[in-house]
Write a protein that binds this ligand. Structure first.
Ligand SMILES: [Mg+2]
Ligand SMILES: [Zn+2]
Length: 197
């Protein structure tokens, strides 16, 4: 029996919008629940995947706590807010994984090289083991080269989202299977690619 099909989905810049960092002005992950705004069409896209029988698994790097910028508690509140906004539009994740580590952090217990921080595939591999996912039948969708590299390292196909505010996180060398302007378009593409497989 083959395993389940899953779509691994990045969070910031894929499901919810990036927000300007208060100090640098650069688009970054929201660090307060009130700053969370879903990207139009994202919730509908996740709903469509679920309706088509795909598992949907969130995989997100959240290094701000390791860097001492916010508390892990605040990150958990932001995460809860994303899920709440998705639920309000009838969308949910079957599982979600977060890497809180960073190799150059300041908080000792979160500062290390880990196997879960994308581009490493640890979060995808762990979820696959826990949920019985067949990685070769699965996809990774995200807005940075790291997402594509993590997906490929796990043996998945990949869609890179060309979200404008995160353009600085795409160097053009990651070689995704497809590029889409947003999650809605990525899911449409994925579902049509699966039809011809
Ligand atoms: Mg992202
Ligand atoms: Zn990690």
């Amino acid at each position: 029996m083959s395993g389940a099909r899953a779509v691994f989905v990045d969070r910031d810049g894929t499901v919810n919008a990036l927000v300007p960092d208060p100090e640098t002005g650069r688009p970054e992950s929201p660090l307060r629940p009130g700053d969370v705004v879903l990207i139009p069409g994202a919730a509908g896209a996740l709903r469509k995947l679920a309706e088509a029988g795909w598992l949907v698994v969130g995989v997100s790097n959240q290094p701000a706590a390791a860097k001492g910028t916010v508390s892990p508690h605040r990150l958990a509140e932001v995460r809860a807010r994303v899920l709440e906004l998705l639920a309000a539009e009838g969308a949910r994740l079957d599982d979600s994984r977060v890497c809180l580590h960073h190799p150059e952090g300041v908080v000792p217990e979160l500062t290390r090289e880990c196997e879960c921080r994308k581009p490493a595939p640890g979060m995808l591999l762990d979820a696959a083991k826990d949920l019985g996912i067949d990685l070769k039948r699965s996809w990774m969708i995200g807005d940075t080269d790291s997402d594509v590299l993590a997906g490929k390292a796990a043996g998945c196909r990949t869609v890179l989202i060309a979200h404008q505010p995160s353009a600085h996180k795409r160097a053009g060398s990651a070689r995704p299977d497809a590029v889409a302007p947003d999650l809605g378009a990525a899911v449409t593409l994925l579902l049509s690619a699966e039809l011809v497989d």
